[in-house]
Design a protein around this ligand. Structure first.
Ligand SMILES: *[C@@H]1O[C@H](CO)[C@@H](O)[C@H](O)[C@H]1NC(C)=O
Length: 352
């Protein structure tokens, strides 16, 4: 189980909003299951292979992936258009690539990383190089053939870890935009509902409500307890529903994935400024919170010493729980919150 709370000190900062909890709509996990309605569930496709070779592709940040889309037969004249399925204003579509079978053209933010695989003449699969966190999502491969347009949808899931994040000025301080920026500053993005849902199935239990990418505010509960939505409810993702993006304030759930560099620990008694210097002296930087989580999740970093991070917080990563390392029975990144920066009590986690 991954706890979101400040594990070692600062217990008073984790008290949840019991009053609001009465109005929660709970058990939102059902919406995860409803999501797989293919757009073509009841029609037989003539030109595209359906179901697609695989409906979901999973990969880490930095990887190259192929989203499969194969033609069953080749109409005389056609185009294949790849779009990312996203809610954009004014009915805009996020077109990634268009091909007429001979030439291809790429568009938008993915343009420099997208290409066609073209393994054979019926192959319209999309390749995306050097995956980034925000590539996560659903992609539509659409065959445009005059009257009989048809399409398949493939989900690209970035493999990674969700972590709760709180402002240095305390609990529930972020607007939606601030939450988004806070995640980005920690080498992460706002988590999606699906990412949070998956983290919940992997053991995330967190009694602080946080913003998600879709503008809703939720928190994942494994062990029901009074202050976290009530002890009469089943475990699940609690929801506050959509909130006002600029007037309401919460914590946030961030998502990060694998990274190119690695995190290492400087084992000295440093204040924050000295920690910053110690990393720079080694050609590195104080690690972002997302980088520490990534090192813990993907590189099994395990260290029983609190160290300064870039945001002024002090944390340590535990993959093999033991009695004298925070005492909690489950792996996780433990936090000392944001101590006084002049204290010479901790080491430094650096990223290079
Ligand atoms: C991804 O593909 C590019 C070429 O498009 C290549 O240079 C790079 O090494 C590949 N990366 C991985 C992780 O395979």
């Amino acid at each position: 189980m991954l706890l979101c709370q400040v594990a070692v000190t600062g217990l008073s900062t984790m008290w949840p909003a019991a009053a609001v909890v009465l109005f929660l709509t709970c058990f939102t996990w059902t919406s995860a299951i409803l999501h797989h309605r293919g757009p073509t569930a009841h029609t037989t496709l003539r030109y595209l292979l359906e179901p697609p070779v695989y409906a979901e592709v999973t990969a880490r940040r930095g990887a190259n992936v192929t989203l499969p889309c194969l033609l069953r037969s080749r109409p005389p004249h056609y185009k294949v258009r790849w779009t990312k399925v996203e809610l954009l204003p004014h009915g805009l579509q996020n077109v990634v690539l268009v091909t007429n079978g001979h030439a291809q053209k790429v568009y938008g933010p993915l343009a420099h990383r997208a290409s066609l695989r073209r393994a054979h003449i019926l192959d319209a699969s999309l390749r995306i190089a050097n995956l980034e966190l925000q590539d996560n999502g659903r992609y539509r491969c659409e065959l445009i053939n005059g009257l009989e347009d048809e399409s398949v949808v493939i989900t690209l899931s970035i493999e990674g870890v969700v972590f709760p994040y709180q402002s240095s000025s305390g609990r529930y301080k972020f607007t939606y935009l601030q939450a988004k920026e806070a995640c980005e500053a920690q080498d992460a993005t706002l988590a999606t509902f699906h990412q949070l849902y998956r983290a919940w199935t992997e053991g995330l239990d967190c009694c602080n409500a946080g913003w998600l990418k879709d503008g809703t505010v939720r928190y994942p509960i494994l062990h029901t307890r009074g202050p976290c939505g009530g002890d009469h409810l089943l475990p699940g993702i609690r929801s506050y529903g959509p909130k006002h993006k600029s007037e309401d304030h919460f914590d946030t759930f961030c998502f990060t994935s694998a990274m190119a560099g690695h995190v290492f620990f400087v084992d000295e008694q440093l204040n924050f400024m000295e920690a910053d210097r110690a990393c720079k002296d080694q050609g590195a930087q104080l690690a972002r919170v997302g980088q520490l989580y990534s090192a813990w999740y993907f590189q099994y970093l395990d260290r029983c010493d609190g160290g300064w991070l870039h945001d002024g917080s002090v944390r340590f990563p535990i993959t093999t729980p033991r009695e004298h390392c925070g005492g909690l029975p489950d792996p996780g990144v433990r936090s000392f919150g944001y101590p006084d920066k002049t204290q010479r009590t901790y080491g430094a986690y650096c990223y290079r």
